[in-house]
Design a protein around this ligand. Sequence first.
Ligand code: SF4
Length: 176
Amino acid sequence: MKISQQLFKDIFEGPVHSRLVYSRVIVQKIGPRLHENGQFHQMFRNLQHVAGDLNNHMGGMGLGSLCSHCASQPTGGCCSLFMSGETDAVQMALNSLAGVDVHLVCDKGQECVFLSDTGCIFLFKPMFCLNYNCKHIHEKKQAKDVQQMEQLTGRLLSLQYELEKYVLELLVTQDG
Ligand code: SF4
């Protein structure tokens, strides 16, 4: 798959706000086609299902408040402003297609711009965010809960990777 410089920039580079704007372009451009596509539909349903399970599990572990607390510290915690840069337009578009109201929720200069009072607004988080569990989680939460979270995360990561690739290929085809 050969992606043009402009498309790469629109999706992965530039200010987060520009990527957010481009995610809306993606939804307009290919959203209807995606919804008519049976293969995408099935993959997307699986992804939503696993993401829902993971979010419920993380909510049950009380991670939203733990992460928000760290993020409000001077260093910004794991969900720092710097980490907003891990988002991309395809990941945001998938969230929009799942009904998430993707917008900038926080502008305090420390936290990630997508971190609300109850945690991350995304159903499908950036890959880096999904992959990272800080030491507070390991120290303060039960090992069996962390292990279950890691299993769900692994399933979600592989499904999300496949879907993002699928959407990207569609965009590249339309772009060419
Ligand atoms: S995108 Fe979500 S998980 Fe990632 S840093 Fe921002 S608030 Fe945290």
